[in-house]
Every structure is written in structure tokens, then in C-alpha cells.
Design a protein around this ligand. Structure first.
Ligand code: FUB
Length: 315
């Protein structure tokens, strides 16, 4: 594993290959001066940059500069959290998490003609969107799906059946865990085609993971496909793992398959998985270079390998 961009603090790396180049879309961590709390007030992201690599073994990624600023987004309140990018029809769509002026998270869209931006934001969030951490996945048939959601500061506990609750409800103990959400996107990547559906993760007996399971979903959804199987990977938040689960379709249910990464330095763990030049890579972050400050994270990369039974592990 190695750090890819030591000269600034960046996190939540979403990596994609466009052309023959690898682009990394991270969150950009800034010092906030606010003590760490479960609401995530210590995070202070005000813009996005894009990093790129032309060689998988290059010692560092290159910063191509700022691609979007929070001040350019009409509906913005604060905090640009995790984002992701998909190509459609030769244009590039950045889907991002942002709090509106009432401090409520939604997902927004910004568009560019090139992967390196600049991205122009739409004037309103995606209708019916909520919570954080979008992962945009384009399937082999061209359909585009967005996976999203995050607990605690990510506000997922404020919603049930896609409606805001009067009081947030976080399941406990043996209750089924709160699932991530997935919705197909319109072909112009501007809106959901459908009501978001739950991304249910089940154990080997087909029973949904429970709220007290250290492997249950917390945030940081990622989707990739390998040999026709859909791999949904995610962070377990307060148990600090990256885990994955598989299905034969993009909606699931997904069968829990295992842990991908043990806890790193810092509270959060977050990642993306991408194939590049015949090799598979895990992009993630930790807070070691900042001395463990959760809100100041650094992007890393590690190589992955598949086993004959379809299980996935660090190489
Ligand atoms: O970067 C802010 C938040 O921290 C992300 O949205 C979460 O996934 C966690 O990494």
C-alpha cells in the first residue's frame, strides 16, 4: 500500500479509468477547528479536485486542480462529502453529497465535457435524494445506478421508505440493519428513474444482517462487476472495516462474503475498486500522515486479487 498524494489531505477516493488514464475523485479535507463529533461537524470540505495517474506503479498521483467549488452550487449549505463520476454519451457526470441550507444532505449533479472538468453544477439536488456517499455504476447494458446512504452524520436514520421521519430511528441489537439504497438513473444522469430500493445484505442463510453485526452496512457504497457477479462493497463505520457482498443482479439481495480491509488509522474508512490494465486496485484513505486526525485523510492504493471461488483479497 502506498500514499498517492502526500502534499494535501484528500479522502473517499472514487477511481475510474477513462481512456487509458486513471482518474481519482476524492473529497478534499480542510482543517475545521471543530472537535470531532457523531454529526460530522469536524469535516470541512469546500471543493473537489481530480487526481490522475498514467502508470499504475507511479509513486504518486498528479493533481489536475479544482473541478468544483461549493460557492458555485446554488443550493449549497456546507460540506461536500464523498462523490463519484460516470461517463455517458461523451460527457462526465459528477454526483456528490452536500448539505443544503437547512443542513440536510442531498445528492447533486455537475456536468463536464472532460473527466478533468471543470464541472458545472445543476441548480437543484436530485429529486427525492437524501443522505450521502453516491457510487455511480454503469452496467454492461448501459443502465446507470446510484448506490448511496450513510448512518449517523450521513443522516440515513432520518428516512424510512424514502420519506423523512419526524424523529430519526436507528435500529439496534437484533433488529435488521439499515440498508444502503440504490436507484436507477435517467439516461441523462440527472434524476432517479425509480424510488430508491434497499440494498439488503444477507448471511449464508439468507437472513438480513442485524444492527449489532460488525459487518453491517454503515456508509461508503461501491459497486463493481467481476465475471458477471455484482460486488457491493462498503464501510462498516463504527467497526471500521471494509466488507463486500455479492449478487447476480444490481439490486441484490447481496450475500455477505467477507472483509476486505482491517481498521486503518482514523475513524473513517472508505474506498473504490477498479480494474486498470488487467490488474485490480483498491483505492482508500487513512489518517496516519495527519497523526490520526479523522478529518485530515490521505489517499492510498493497494492491489487486489480474486481467488478461484470469486472471493476478493489484498494481494
Ligand atoms: O468524507 C466525509 C465522509 O467520511 C464520507 O462521506 C464518509 O464515507 C466518510 O469517509
Amino acid at each position: 500500500m502506498r500514499y498517492l498524494f502526500p502534499s494535501d489531505y484528500m479522502a473517499d477516493p472514487s477511481a475510474h479509468v477513462f481512456g487509458d488514464r486513471l482518474y481519482i475523485y476524492p473529497s478534499h479535507d480542510w482543517e475545521s477547528g471543530i472537535p470531532e463529533n457523531d454529526n460530522g461537524d469536524h469535516f470541512n470540505m469546500r471543493d473537489y479536485h481530480v487526481l490522475c495517474m498514467d502508470d499504475p506503479d507511479a509513486p504518486e498521483a498528479k493533481d489536475l486542480g479544482k473541478i468544483l467549488d461549493v460557492d458555485d452550487i446554488l443550493w449549497a449549505g456546507r460540506q461536500l462529502w464523498d462523490s463519484d463520476v460516470v461517463e455517458q454519451g461523451g460527457r462526465y457526470y459528477l454526483i456528490f453529497s452536500l448539505k443544503d441550507k437547512t443542513d440536510t444532505f442531498h445528492l447533486g449533479v455537475a456536468v463536464a465535457d472532460r473527466p478533468e472538468g471543470p464541472f458545472t453544477p445543476m441548480p437543484d439536488p436530485i429529486r427525492g435524494s437524501y443522505s450521502i456517499d453516491p457510487c455511480v455504476f454503469k452496467d454492461d447494458d448501459g443502465k446507470i445506478y446510484v448506490y448511496f446512504g450513510g448512518l449517523w452524520g450521513g443522516q440515513l436514520q432520518r428516512y424510512r421508505d424514502n420519506r423523512a421521519l419526524e424523529s430519526a430511528y436507528l435500529p439496534e441489537g437484533d433488529e435488521p440493519a439499515l440498508p444502503a439504497r440504490v436507484a436507477r438513473m435517467t439516461d441523462d444522469v440527472m434524476q432517479f428513474v425509480e424510488e430508491p430500493r434497499p440494498v439488503v445484505i444477507v448471511d449464508d442463510e439468507g437472513r438480513p444482517l442485524r444492527a449489532n453485526d460488525p459487518h453491517r452496512f454503515f456508509e461508503a457504497s461501491w459497486m463493481h462487476k467481476y465475471n458477471g457477479t455484482y460486488y457491493f462493497s462498503y464501510s462498516t463505520g463504527d467497526s471500521h472495516l471494509l466488507c463486500y457482498a455479492t449478487a447476480d443482479n444490481p439490486y441484490g439481495p447481496f450475500r455477505f462474503r467477507g472483509e476486505l480491509l482491517q481498521p486503518v488509522v482514523g475513524w473513517t474508512t472508505h474506498h473504490s475498486i477498479v480494474q486498470w490494465r488487467g490488474r485490480w486496485f483498491l483505492f482508500h484513505h487513512d489518517s496516519a500522515p495527519s497523526g490520526g486526525r479523522t478529518w485530515l485523510r490521505s489517499v492510498k492504493v493497494a492491489e487486489l486479487q480474486y481467488n478461484a471461488d470469486g472471493t476478493l483479497q489484498l494481494k
